[in-house]
Design a protein around this ligand. Sequence first.
Ligand code: IPM
Ligand code: MG
Length: 363
Amino acid sequence: MTYNIGVIKGDGIGPEIVTEAVKVLDAIGTKFGHQFNYTEILMGGCSIDATGEPLTDEAIAAAKASDAVLMGSIGGNTSTSPWYKLPADKRPEAGLLKLRKSLNLFANLRPAYLYEELKEACPLRDDIIGEGFDMMIMRELTGGLYFGERSTKEENGQLVARDSLTYSETEIRRIAKRGFDIAMKRRKKVTSVDKANVLDSSRLWRKIVEEVAADYPEVAYEHMLVDNCAMQLVKDPGQFDVILTENMFGDILSDEASMVTGSIGMLSSASLNDTKFGLYEPSGGSAPDIAGKGIANPIATILSAAMMLRYSFDLDAEADAIEAAVKQVLKDGYRTIDIMPRDGSTVKQVGTVEMGDLIVERL
Ligand code: IPM
Ligand code: MG
């Protein structure tokens, strides 16, 4: 089969980590007899530099014309990069938000899984790690504070800024269904996270989640306040299966969940709509501080490519092969700097390209 993949390398470490994921995809293509065609799409700071816009209409059209899009990361140092002197809607992140909205990518799946081999890189105590953990954060991605009306205006002689948090029943219902569907394929537990003790949007969230839950009698579900959830993630991460939550809470909790797995450099993510199309990207950012040094961990991007094979192309065996190769590399004792154990004597530190090569060797 032939698959057309849009590739957004982006900024910072983006180009380095995407190159390794493409290398792995090509090796999969050779091994399993698929043809992957790539179309490069500009987004983020590199697009601003080339076109003046973080995402052009042409780029959106190219993404829409692809079977799926693989992305690295976008953005730069928010204190020093000239991109952050631009108006908010012209900055790198605005490109990503526009892409999510234009393609209706409302469901963001972020798996957080502790590899046995990485227990040593996990910042939590052994008694908290216990048997390890394996959770899926299901984050709503096209609503809430990210897309509500906003303004900064002078009122009574001072500046006043407003951001609004809006959710409709339809938006909540469709993401809740996705969360329960995924739970049915996992350990059948949903923790819906909100701030229903304060926010109206959260009270509606809770009501709709309860309605959806009624259609899934096999799934155990609970509601949890977001502040408590932030605490529970470091107190007892093993209790979670699917965490279902709105856009902003999901942004914050997914960074936290990723860090308890040892490194944000390990976590993949998929942003899906109602079709087979998806945008696949590592959960981490562009890490401008280490860009170009050849030390970034490409595993999250490689695992995102595996998610693309699984969710957009239904190539389960191929996705399994990538995930198994990643596990094997870790078992064989290779680590990028971000996942080095506290006592590094028993493993070997490798760079971005070498990690990609080692994974390809094990496919
Ligand atoms: C993420 C990122 C984005 C977000 C930024 C880059 C706009 O942090 O994908 O988690 O907040 O959604
Ligand atoms: Mg984030």
